[in-house]
Design a protein around this ligand. Sequence first.
Ligand SMILES: Cc1cc2nc3c(=O)[nH]c(=O)nc-3n(C[C@H](O)[C@H](O)[C@H](O)COP(=O)(O)O)c2cc1C
Length: 218
Amino acid sequence: MFYEPDLNNHGLPFNPFKSCVVPRPIAWISTINANGAVNLAPFSQAAMVGSDPPYVMFSAGGHEIEGKRKDSVENAEASGEFVYNLATYDLREGVNISGQITDSGIDEMKAAGLTPAPSTLIKPPRVAESPINLECRIEQIMKLPGKSWSGTVWMVIGRVVGIHIKDEFIMADGKLDIARLKPLARLGYMDYTSVDHVFEMGAIDDAQAGTWRKAMGG
Ligand SMILES: Cc1cc2nc3c(=O)[nH]c(=O)nc-3n(C[C@H](O)[C@H](O)[C@H](O)COP(=O)(O)O)c2cc1C
């Protein structure tokens, strides 16, 4: 099938777009407002966008109240900082609870039964239960036009300045034990997945690359 999102002519009972870019990692973002109140929210429009230096981003649509932006964006812009906490399968209930829109100033970390842990270089706290926390300083915020207020998005890019990893997830060979971390990811609809199986595939060597180039007429 082929369809144009502008025409929405997919003919399916559910819009398939969010199932076409999967699995999406969930950036579980903690921020603070000017009064120091903690905010926590998950964003599956999220990614790593650079590694040297490391950058991550999350993208938030407009608030359900027309004209208002989500607290995570407001706080990140005003304070210049946020923490990207790794959302995991074991923490899925807390992720879901913190995804509720609540009044600004309500501590969603507390509401979700989670514990704040102090960050090392920035003010917003980390989620203590999360096995990986990236302390970020804002690099850039980009506004992308939407067809509605909620469709308008603010892409918040942060430079990662500090990284916490729980030692228990570092294996004897020095690699992170992803299958045990079980990172949580979003699919389309109300579906989720988590990573519980890892396979390795090395880069092809020079000889293989040469054969491949020859076969392609290069
Ligand atoms: C798993 C999950 C993923 C979500 N991803 C996004 C997203 O990518 N962008 C977005 O605007 N809202 C997303 N939401 C909804 C926000 O988390 C929700 O609007 C929110 O809690 C905003 O909070 P804030 O106003 O405290 O920033 C998601 C919710 C859940 C449960």
